[in-house]
Design a protein around this ligand. Structure first.
Ligand code: B12
Length: 220
């Protein structure tokens, strides 16, 4: 098992999408689950790449190559994460990365994992302005609005979007969860979100908790 995990990690480090895709497929064939691949190969390696970037050992093109390789793995994993609960929709979630922020790897992982756990997810993408979040609440009437922010310069957008939702008079129509590197529980309390998740597992936990651990009540 460790061999395949190591191959995925090395491929991510080298920014080699082909290697990462192939070794993800091999790992699955050997019976390693998608959850284990995410938890032991993808997340720790992206954290490591972040440290290298922060320390100036690697540069943006390297990070881009690694994130491309990460998406190659997610591409292989997506059907497995999503298909497990196709018939049992537990609720509807609208998700997006806030305005000014182009990071989407974590958001995509959260989205896929929530779909795998039985939720329907509408993904608004990256760099989403507050007006689009508001239109999506009005149009889709989701149970949860999930927002991602990875930069200290963009977490303020989380507060801005929530304030815009309050001003629109629709705050009581939706529960709001947030996430991303700089987000803390203190910040969540300060901006009046309903909760946050530190990682994909935390995301599922908070969403299930907020929706009362219901099973199959929406769009069945
Ligand atoms: C990949 C990456 C990029 C890629 C993004 C590619 C892409 N398609 O996403 C590129 C090269 C484009 C990029 C650009 C920049 N980046 Co960058 N990037 C990273 C890096 C290395 C990894 C991020 C990542 O994908 N992590 C892996 C995923 C799985 O983790 P995650 O995103 O944190 O998501 C998890 C949790 O946070 C949580 N989560 C996330 N969203 C949500 C949402 C909800 C609702 C919930 C519940 C949970 C949740 O669950 C996820 C899964 O476990 C990080 C370093 C790091 N360690 O985070 C820097 C980092 C985020 N970037 C950084 C910076 C500074 C930048 C740039 C400003 C660089 C520059 N000088 O231009 C630009 C900004 C561009 C912009 N406007 O957005 C800094 C941010 C510092 C800060 N605190 O503000 C970091 C921390 C690097 C560093 N150490 O300095 N970056």
């Amino acid at each position: 098992m460790d061999g395949y995990i190591k191959e995925i990690q090395d491929g991510l480090n080298d920014g080699d999408a082909e290697v990462v895709k192939n070794s993800t497929e091999q790992a699955l064939k050997m019976g390693i689950s998608a959850d284990v691949i995410i938890a032991t190969a993808l997340i720790p390696m992206m954290e490591q790449i972040g440290k290298e970037f922060r320390n100036g050992n690697i540069f943006i093109p390297d990070v881009l190559m690694s994130s491309r390789a990460m998406h190659a793995s997610l591409y292989v994993l997506k059907p497995l994460l999503v298909e497990s609960n196709l018939k049992r929709k537990k609720g509807l979630i609208v998700i997006g990365t806030v305005a000014g922020d182009l990071h989407d790897i974590g958001k995509n992982m959260v989205s896929m994992t929530l779909q795998g756990d039985g939720y329907e997810v509408i993904d608004l993408g990256i760099d989403v302005p507050s007006s689009s979040f508001i239109s999506a609440i009005q149009r889709y009437k989701p149970d949860i609005l999930a927002m991602s922010a990875l930069l200290t310069t963009t977490i303020g957008e989380l507060k801005h979007v929530i304030q815009a939702i309050v001003n629109e008079g629709i705050r009581d129509r939706v529960k709001i969860v947030v996430g991303g590197g700089p987000v803390t529980q203190d910040y969540v309390d300060e901006i009046g979100a309903n909760g946050y998740g530190k990682d994909v597992f935390g995301a599922i936990e908070i969403v299930n908790q907020l929706l009362g651990n219901k099973a199959g009540y929406f769009n069945v």
